[in-house]
Design a protein around this ligand. Structure first.
Ligand code: RET
Length: 281
């Protein structure tokens, strides 16, 4: 692909800028691959009804591992090493393709939200309605973000798509914090704290993505802005996928060990836990 396809072309990266991004991608791959493995190997520690949440979580990390392998290779091909030691890495005729990230998110964001909803084990109708609305909002957020991501820095397109993408983003936060908040009171005591923590992890880590998107508009030096953008997205991905997955595992273990049945409030958001269902096998 020609380097002129995307709106942001960074002509060259210094040796240390290249090394920062290169090493970080390498760290992300290690954390994604081994968290996926750890989640799969931890299946026996949770009650059968929570295993699907762990499988989904491992798959999210697996999908991201694959995409980071592609991003890593693409980055090396886009910015090949110069002839001398410490030379700048000039952009080759291979575009550094930001689409890998967006395709990754298109798959992993709905899966992450699914993971959160299924580990809560809410009433069936509630789960269904939440999943449909959250998935549609997640797809809209990512599909609207991509044209802005590849638009020229400072262009109206970049601003407008960024704002359009923020609307479904805010809707997701509304559902998680306002709607889901009502179900928290009915979760077993020890679990309440963990689920609450999970929602704040989402709020804090997901907020990094729009900031990384804004970095080329906020930082004057384009190479520096590109490093900040890649570092921002990479760190956010490690927090949103492996760290989030490990918290889901902690919740699943806590829920598997909770012995007190939760009272049935006949509410739409009632949990379905019962001591019989919680027996380990
Ligand atoms: C974009 C465009 C600018 C506006 C907003 C964005 C939000 C992106 C988010 C992405 C989350 C990705 C996750 C991936 C993990 O698998 C698209 C950057 C609001 C919130 C959680």
């Amino acid at each position: 692909m020609n380097a002129d396809v995307s709106g942001i072309h960074i002509a060259s990266l210094s040796a240390s800028q290249f090394a920062t991004v290169y090493n970080l991608f390498s760290l992300v791959i290690a954390s994604m691959v081994f968290t996926a493995l750890y989640l799969l190997l931890s299946q026996g520690r949770v009650a059968p009804r929570y295993r699907n949440a762990l499988v989904v979580s491992a798959i999210v990390c697996g999908i991201a591992s694959y995409h980071y392998f592609r991003i890593f290779d693409n980055f090396k091909a886009s910015y090949p090493a110069g002839d001398t030691v410490g030379a700048v890495h000039n952009l080759s005729n291979i575009e550094f393709n930001e689409a890998y990230r967006y395709v990754d998110w298109l798959l992993t964001v709905p899966l992450l939200l699914t993971e959160l909803v299924i580990v809560l084990k809410l009433a069936k109708a509630t789960t269904r309605s939440l999943l449909i609305r959250l998935t549609i909002a997640a797809i809209a957020m990512i599909a609207l973000g991509y044209p802005g991501e590849i638009a020229a820095v400072g262009s109206a397109e970049r601003t407008l798509y960024g704002i359009a993408s923020t609307i479904p983003f805010l809707y997701i936060l509304y559902v998680l914090f306002i709607e889901l908040g009502r179900s928290l009171g009915r979760q077993p005591a020890g679990v309440r704290k963990l689920v609450d923590g999970l929602r704040y992890i989402i709020l804090i880590t997901w907020a990094v993505y729009p900031l990384a998107y804004l970095s080329p508009s906020l930082i004057n030096d384009p190479a520096q802005a590109e490093v900040v953008r890649q570092v921002g997205y990479s760190i956010a991905d490690v927090l949103a996928k492996p760290l989030f997955g490990l918290l889901v595992l902690a919740i699943a273990i806590a829920k598997s060990n909770a012995h007190t049945p939760t009272p049935n409030h006949n509410d739409e958001l009632t949990t379905l836990d019962s001591p019989i269902e919680l027996n380990r096998t």
